[in-house]
Design a protein around this ligand. Sequence first.
Ligand SMILES: Cc1cc2nc3c(=O)[nH]c(=O)nc-3n(C[C@H](O)[C@H](O)[C@H](O)COP(=O)(O)O)c2cc1C
Length: 138
Amino acid sequence: MSDIYQGEGRDEWFFPEDSYILSETDDKGIIIYANQMFCELAGYELDELIGEPHNIVRHPDMPRIAFKGLWDDIQSKGFWTGIVKNRRKDRGYYWVHATALRRIDSNGNYTYLSIRRVPKKSEIEACIPLYTDLKSKE
Ligand SMILES: Cc1cc2nc3c(=O)[nH]c(=O)nc-3n(C[C@H](O)[C@H](O)[C@H](O)COP(=O)(O)O)c2cc1C
């Protein structure tokens, strides 16, 4: 049984405070793992996600520079944290507080993990005008 739920507007989806969304990509951003909560919230079956680029959940409201920051930081510092609006398969959306990390697998290859928790309402409210402004300048 899933604990995800829709907001009143029916487009926005939420996940429980005590759960998390996890995914792992290769060094090109191709999904190699996603947990059950990722699949449920994004609205995909696991086998629809594995092997796909992570931009499969990209929402068009997200400014390009946010993802440039993500890639620059995980490659230089090894981690990145930010608030992300993602798109579901059914075109609904969900906000996450994401922390992405670089790791080295047993073959010496870099992979990237992202763990997401429920963002605070204030974090989302701070991002909406910022992202709208950045998007309008693209
Ligand atoms: C570990 C990891 C997790 C990511 N998670 C997301 C995500 O949840 N949503 C998203 O839109 N992009 C995510 N990205 C960034 C995508 O790889 C991609 O850069 C972004 O969606 C922009 O895609 P585009 O430049 O093809 O439009 C993630 C990347 C990595 C390495």
